[in-house]
Design a protein around this ligand. Structure first.
Ligand SMILES: [Zn+2]
Length: 228
């Protein structure tokens, strides 16, 4: 989960309280959320415009711009009505409150740890939901889909680690530094799949590379680039 800078002004079409799943409203939400589910950070095949606070028939909540999020059907279903009080990533930066650990080294049993220290109830509730999504699925059916999600994350994670190693080597040899740095930056940009996990990993294990990548992303944002 990463901070989303949602377009401040609601698209006009939503103010008539008829449409939120199509046209410019949907496209704006999709772009704001980098075309990925804000909870699992994968690119959804089955997209839902989610109501962050369950509307329960309340028209104001149903069409309130700030209440519309981009999620996959699985996460939307798991969030249900039980998690209205998690971190709102359009207002709070989740990375300041939560760390996303994973281990995908070859020959090791893959592990996850999503943690928030002595955070608020809101932080703890967010961690609880993310754990359900990634590593503590509540049902056998959800366990199968959790496995698919983890496989995708580990595969992406292997790519990230490989590019990170190539970049570190390039720095040593002085060859292809920019090329591999660009790959690393791509993995760490907020628009990348599972970015929060890679950002935590880089921040704690390769702090200099992480800082440099963050500086690059700020520069790109100023230019601007779609997924900085
Ligand atoms: Zn999801």
């Amino acid at each position: 989960m990463v901070k989303i800078n949602k377009t401040k002004k609601a698209p006009k079409r939503i103010t008539c309280q008829k449409h939120y799943q199509e046209g410019v409203v949907f496209e704006t939400i999709r772009n704001d959320f980098y075309r990925k589910c804000y909870l699992c950070e994968d690119r959804p095949q089955d997209v839902h415009v989610e109501h962050f606070i369950h509307h329960n028939g309340n028209r104001e909540l149903k069409y309130k711009w700030e209440n519309l999020f981009y999620a996959c059907s699985r996460c939307n279903n798991m969030k249900g009505t039980e998690y209205d009080d998690i971190i709102d990533c359009t207002k709070i930066d989740p990375e300041e409150r939560i760390r996303f650990y994973y281990n995908c080294y070859p020959m090791c049993e893959p592990t996850f740890e999503i943690k928030c220290g002595d955070g608020t109830d809101q932080d703890k509730k967010t961690v609880e939901l993310l754990e359900k999504i990634f590593c503590k699925p509540p049902t056998a059916m959800k366990a199968d889909t959790a496995q698919n999600l983890c496989d995708a994350l580990f595969e992406e994670g292997m790519d990230f680690l490989r590019d990170l190693k190539k970049y570190e080597k390039a720095v040593e040899t002085g060859e292809n530094i920019e090329k591999y740095f660009t790959y690393v930056v791509d993995h760490l940009s907020k628009g990348a799949r599972f970015a929060a996990f890679f950002r935590t990993f880089a921040r704690e294990n390769y702090p200099r590379t992480y800082e440099k990548a963050m500086e690059k992303l700020v520069e790109q944002k100023v230019l601007p680039v779609e997924s900085a």
